[in-house]
Design a binder for this molecule. Structure first.
Ligand code: GLN
Length: 313
């Protein structure tokens, strides 16, 4: 099998079977009670190449809670809305801290480190919300994902959103703290409401891989032809995914996988192989950094077998 023309269908199927058989599955997130109900035995994987061909393995068509993977798409929307002005209220540096860390915010005057830690993503959500009603904003985010994935069945899981709202005291603390610095413009409960609901969007690996395809293809859909963002912006979103997409596990992910990726506590990861493919994996059990354990292992295997990496050929 040559590295440039791998048999992707076979590879994805093999990796899915290997992952399903493994016993090291990590731990399902429990701080959002609704997520704790998910069976750690699940494993799904989908890869879409630039011809729009989809290869799937395992539970690739079962919707799961995308959680922080939604932050890639809210960032895309916010940049589309305000461009570089976004960087006044959120930074672009890796944090080296937990995704919901409070301590760093005080040092940095309420301006979060990057758009993927919780505080940063909440600030991004607040930017999209400005000038609109929460319901409208949420509708815009959901429709954006449905459009990107070309699938109108994508939905918000309201039970997951309500579950996080009941227990999201730390996110409330982060938002109130940013509000005290003037970083949050809208009422805290509005911004948080939209944030919890976009994190609660449910998608399958197939839908997610399709939605991320523009990032593998210079900002445009390689088959349907429309442009989502400029190629420069696609590169920059990929750079942020690489440096910040796995929080304090980003270095390890870059080292092991070598592709931009964004994780969520629902156990999903969206990974981008620029010029080649968009890949989504789902394995609900997490490692200590709150990233999918077997999701990362599966992507490491894929990178190994294809030779794909942004760091060399
Ligand atoms: N909704 C989750 C939270 O705010 C998202 C975190 C994640 O997926 N890492 O805690």
């Amino acid at each position: 099998m040559s590295k440039t023309d791998p048999d992707l269908a076979k590879m994805i199927d093999e990796i899915a079977q290997e992952m399903r058989a493994r016993t090291d599955r990590g731990r399902v997130a429990s701080y959002i009670p609704e997520l704790e109900k998910v069976d750690p035995a699940h494993f799904g994987m989908a890869l879409v190449d630039l011809d729009g061909q989809v290869h799937v393995g395992g539970d690739a068509d079962l919707p799961f809670s995308i959680q922080s993977i939604s932050k890639v798409f809210t960032l895309t929307l916010a940049l589309g809305r305000v461009g570089d002005r976004l960087w006044r209220k959120v930074g672009r540096e890796p944090s080296g801290n937990k995704f919901n860390s409070i301590v760093q915010l005080e040092h940095e005057q309420g301006v979060p480190r990057n758009p993927f830690v919780n505080a940063g993503a909440i600030a991004v959500t607040d930017e999209i919300l400005s000038g609109r009603q929460p319901r409208e904003t949420l509708g815009e985010i959901l429709r954006f994902l449905q459009f990107l994935a070309d699938d109108e069945t994508i939905y918000i899981d309201h039970e997951v959103a309500a579950s996080e709202k009941r227990t999201g005291f730390r996110n409330a603390a982060l938002t109130n703290y940013m509000k005290s610095f003037g970083v949050i413009e809208n009422p805290v409960e509005y911004t948080l409401g939209v944030y919890f609901h976009h994190c609660a969007i449910a998608m399958s690996c197939r839908q997610l891989a399709n939605a991320g395809l523009f990032l593998a293809s210079d900002g445009r859909h390689p088959v349907r032809g429309h442009s989502v963002v400029s190629s420069e912006r696609a590169r920059r979103i990929n750079a942020l995914m690489m440096t910040c997409g796995h929080y304090d596990g980003s270095g390890e992910f870059a080292y092991r996988v070598g592709l931009p990726g964004k994780s969520g506590v629902g156990g999903g990861i969206l990974a981008i192989a620029p010029g080649r493919a968009s890949i989504a994996v789902w394995a609900p059990g997490l490692d200590e950094t709150g990233n999918s354990h077997l999701g990362r292992v599966a992507l490491e295997e894929l990178a190994k077998r294809t030779g794909w990496s942004v760091f060399g050929r």
